[in-house]
Design a protein around this ligand. Structure first.
Ligand SMILES: C[S@@+](CC[C@H](N)C(=O)[O-])C[C@H]1O[C@@H](n2cnc3c(N)ncnc32)[C@H](O)[C@@H]1O
Length: 504
């Protein structure tokens, strides 16, 4: 349910905590470079602004990971802001400010006037969930506060990907409002009605096969997530070109997406599909063709205020200068990956030596291209960085070799304590790192193990850990968690030391 101040947005229950790699500065940088656009954000002293920050965990991680940056995060839910400020105080993070503000009017406020220009503005999970006055407020804020050359990341539920699910959302919301009180219970009641209708072979629900496939998955999602996804009064999925047109009023140029593999037409489309795509030069028409071939339900679009295009040589030079680090062990790297166009095989003769070299620690793309033993037909830094990071097996490192400071270690211990828990087992997790310049992604089992390492208790009995993390679960699930903990104990601490999330 929304309150008077919520303008249709769910306000009776707080949103889930989360850190998303698509919002992290180094991922945005790589996306920008892959799209052939200059990255004008300074390495030090940048201003990062998050709109609709929810519980603020992403903003805390970015602030701790970039001690010379200023981070401003705002949300209109007082519960979110109070919780985020409490965590910032507890972790001693001094370079983050959480503002309780309504995006519909914030751009005209004295608090906005006092803010310095932003280098990066990110809004994850806000645009398609709010009404027109809030969207227009976001545009005015971007117009007045994102500096020339600055980067904006805007995620939203997209069309045509959501087309088939529109009926599901309408049913969940309308039935939920009539059947229950609080938003999470409304979403659960609405979903239950959808299940009943599908069981009764309602033609509208049978017409899209994805609905029947999605319903069992929905049962695994948190009640809070479902409430914020389905119960908002103004939720409406958007066409990419319409978002681009709204943001053009803030002089933003569409650049690409921070879901990296989507920036490679050869991975996103088959040959015949690409032939149609290549009939057009207009990037928005190209996106429409891409969406027709591979509809996505959530887009992470990237904009630059005054995008400066690079030559192919400039782009390759910038990509060669990036540092990459593995997020797994070399033996677990998958070289066959699922992409929209089918299965892609990363050339073994080249990538096996590259991955071996990455096993020794962060390395520069320029050096990885000449990893000992790597056989390649052509030097392609975009493919190397895009595939390794886009498949989530590596990340870009901002400050190779930088050690974690006391603030990072305090925050990481807090993250492990708050989120290394049973209720968060199926969620992606993160720890801060100055070397990474953002969150280092990990599983909940890895976060738990890292937390024990930070507490100086890495040698505790694994049975005790399983009891702590999986005690309330079914025996078969307990076994899975025990295996994940054993695997994490074997390699996570060493990897996180190399990545700067734990002290060496
Ligand atoms: C789906 S949540 C996403 C939160 C966060 N970005 C994340 O991904 O975890 C949307 C957020 O936008 C905030 N929000 C909605 N309308 C707003 C408004 N008018 N002004 C400021 N924040 C708003 C909500 O309180 C909520 O935290």
């Amino acid at each position: 349910m929304s309150s008077a101040w919520g303008q249709g947005y769910v306000t009776d229950i707080d949103y889930d905590p989360g850190v998303y790699r698509e919002q992290m500065p180094t991922q945005l940088k790589l996306a920008c470079l892959l799209s052939g656009v200059h990255w004008d954000v300074p390495d030090e002293g940048a201003h990062y602004v998050e709109l609709g920050c929810g519980q603020g965990i992403g903003a805390l991680v970015v602030a701790a990971s970039n001690p010379s940056w200023r981070v401003t995060a705002l949300d209109f839910a007082p519960g979110h802001i109070a919780g985020a400020r409490a965590l910032a105080r507890e972790a001693g993070i001094a370079n983050v400010t959480f503002l309780e503000a309504d995006l519909a009017t914030f751009a005209e406020s004295p608090a906005a006037a006092a803010l310095p220009e932003a280098d990066i503005v990110t809004a994850h999970g806000v645009w398609s969930w709010v009404g027109e006055p809030v969207k227009q407020g976001i545009v005015r804020l971007l117009r007045s506060k994102l500096r020339a050359g600055g980067v904006a990341h805007v995620s939203y539920n997209a069309l045509p990907g959501w087309q088939g699910m529109l009926l599901v959302q309408r049913l969940v919301r309308e039935a939920g409002l009539r059947l229950a009180g609080r938003s999470d219970r409304q979403a659960a009641a609405g979903l239950s009605l959808v299940r009943d209708l599908l069981g009764a072979e309602a033609g509208g629900l049978l017409s899209d096969k994805r609905i029947a496939a999605w319903l069992p998955e929905a049962a695994k999602l948190s009640a809070t997530y479902l409430a914020h996804e389905f119960m908002n009064g103004h939720w409406a999925p958007c066409w990419q070109a319409e978002v681009a047109s709204d943001l053009a009023a803030a002089q933003l140029d569409f650049v690409g997406t921070s879901t990296l593999l989507e920036n490679f037409p050869e991975l996103a489309m088959t040959g015949p599909q690409r032939a149609v795509y290549e009939r057009f030069d207009d990037p928005l028409m190209r996106e429409l063709v891409k969406e027709s071939c591979n509809p996505r339900t959530l887009r992470h679009d990237l904009y630059v205020r005054g995008a400066r295009r690079m030559s192919a040589a400039q782009r390759d030079a910038a990509l060669r200068g990036l540092w990459l680090a593995l997020l797994t062990t070399p033996d677990r790297v998958r070289l066959e990956v699922d992409v929209a166009a089918g299965k892609a095989e990363m050339a073994r003769a080249f990538y096996e030596p590259v991955v071996r070299m990455m096993g020794d620690g962060p390395a520069q793309v320029a050096d990885l291209l000449h990893a000992p033993g790597a056989v390649s037909e052509r030097e392609n830094p975009a493919e190397l960085a895009g595939l390794m990071v886009g498949t989530r097996q590596a990340m870009v490192i901002a400050r190779p070799g930088a050690a974690p400071d006391a603030t990072v270690l305090r925050l990481n211990a807090l993250l492990a304590r708050h989120f290394g828990v049973t209720a968060m087992l199926n969620r992606g997790q993160s720890m801060a790192s100055i070397a990474a310049g953002g969150g280092v992604p990990m599983t909940t089992a890895e976060l738990f193990v890292a937390g024990r390492a930070l507490a100086g208790a890495a040698d505790e009995r694994i049975e005790g850990w399983t009891e702590a993390l999986a005690g309330p679960l079914e025996p078969s699930d307990q076994e899975k968690v025990a295996a994940a903990l054993a695997e994490a104990r074997a390699d996570t601490p060493a990897r996180l030391r190399r990545l700067g999330a734990l002290p060496s």
